[in-house]
Design a protein. Structure first.
Length: 115
């Protein structure tokens, strides 16, 4: 299993970023995909999840209405569109899949929201 995130960077408050995760090594269409984040000095937290068909999504209360998770048009990708960014969204963002009773993680991508 391999997960590779991209798309992080610096954004101003109120701005937008789009993260992407390229997945390989497993049957992508069979698994729920999730995005987590971890801010400095804090525990990793679930940001959003999407069902294997893309028909079901869930979000942390802190990002509802601002973030959108989707299975990308490119094969075996999952995206996280982040709008109306806030300084408290600053964190390392990780792509996640639970397969064969094991958690797999990407290397993470840094998102910094600052003026």
């Amino acid at each position: 299993v391999q997960l590779v995130e991209s798309g992080g960077g610096l954004a101003q408050p109120g701005g937008s970023l789009r993260l992407s995760c390229a997945a390989s090594g497993f049957t992508f269409s069979s698994y729920v995909m999730r995005w987590y984040r971890q801010a400095a000095g804090k525990e990793r937290e679930l940001v959003a999840g999407i069902g294997n068909t893309g028909g079901t999504t869930n979000y942390a209360d802190s990002v509802k209405g601002r973030f959108t998770i989707s299975r990308g048009s490119a094969k075996n990708t999952v995206a996280l569109q982040m709008n109306s960014l806030r300084p408290e969204d600053t964190a390392v963002y990780y792509c996640n899949v639970r397969a064969s009773l094991q958690n797999y993680w990407g290397q993470g991508t840094q998102v910094t929201v600052s003026s």
